[in-house]
Design a protein around this ligand. Structure first.
Ligand SMILES: [Zn+2]
Length: 305
């Protein structure tokens, strides 16, 4: 991609991301029209962007599904610069089939361009969910799963983060405010090069806020417990054993080495999560009993991962 096109690629979503109410419409219209007039984007793409911002949010904290998708796509790109995909078709197909089923049972079954699931070729115990619906799970985390109920629990936890909009909330409010101030002041004329640069920088900063949270800092404990809670609701609706999550956390507790990156750094200790689930949901532990057919497909797809 040429440099100008790359800037535009970043800028277009930026104009969707950082502006609120009427200001967002104005800024997006301007940027999109300029890009279209100089032939940098196809008219149909320009049309789609203008249309998506028509369903504008009521406040700057509320993003449309389209905006979340554009942010999530960039977050996913950053994750894939740090982790390689695991190119094993049966494993990825299994993850997608299971993931799509779980997503349909969530409180947010419909998202722009749908949910996508991918195994990452890493021994680290880790998983990521972007605001756009891309969910990544490492081989290291799948090795903590002894049955499908446990894999379902992992995916349902990540779907929970998306449904509860935890990723979007990692964007620092100051970035949105800064950009809004500039755009509002300049709304009567075309964007100057320094404003274009600022918008691009703001979008880059928003992506960095999310990836830093996902990869390095982690969410707050309360967000993690909320995601576990949402996961249990999804699992219950589909008839998965709630102890699938508890058993996965027990194995994770044994496999995690303190000080390593991944869940050891970004999530509460597995035992704390187990305590929270058991106390809040009143779940008593008993060994997961999974039907033979379910266990057979789990073993075939990810049993030796
Ligand atoms: Zn989490």
């Amino acid at each position: 991609m040429k440099r100008d096109s790359l800037i535009l690629f970043l800028l277009l979503p930026a104009s969707l991301v950082i502006c609120g109410c009427q200001t967002m419409l104005t800024a997006t219209e301007k940027v999109t029209t300029q890009a279209e007039s100089i032939g940098m984007i196809h008219p149909s793409y320009a049309q789609a962007i203008k249309k998506s911002t028509g369903a504008v949010s009521k406040s700057i904290e509320e993003f449309t599904p389209e905006q979340e998708y554009y942010i999530g796509r960039s977050v996913a790109a950053v994750i894939l610069t740090k982790y390689q995909p695991y190119t094993n078709q049966p494993a990825n197909q299994y993850l997608n089939l299971l993931g799509q089923t779980l997503a349909q049972a969530s409180d947010m079954p419909e998202i722009f361009r749908g949910y996508r699931f991918l195994v990452l070729n890493s021994d680290e115990i880790n998983a990521f969910a972007t605001p756009g619906g891309q969910i990544f799970v490492t081989r290291g985390l799948l090795r903590c799963c002894r049955n499908e109920d446990a894999v379902a629990a992992v995916l349902a936890h990540e779907i929970g983060h998306i449904q509860l909009k935890h990723g979007i909330q990692a964007i620092k409010k100051a970035r949105i405010t800064d950009a809004l101030t500039t755009i509002a002041a300049e709304s009567a004329r075309a964007l100057a090069p320094n404003e274009v640069a600022m918008l691009t920088e703001t979008f880059g900063g928003a992506i960095m806020d999310i990836t830093t949270t996902l990869i390095n800092n982690g969410y707050s404990r309360s967000f993690e417990y909320e995601a576990d809670n949402a996961a249990q609701t999804i699992l219950r609706r589909l008839g998965y054993d709630p102890n699938g999550l508890v058993e996965m956390l027990m194995v994770m507790g044994k496999n995690l080495k303190s000080g390593e990156s991944g869940f050891a750094k970004t999530h509460p200790a597995p035992q704390d999560r187990i305590d929270e689930i058991q106390q809040k949901l009143g779940i008593k532990y008993s060994r997961v009993r999974t039907p033979d057919a379910r266990q057979a497909r789990f073993t075939k797809a990810v049993g030796k991962i």
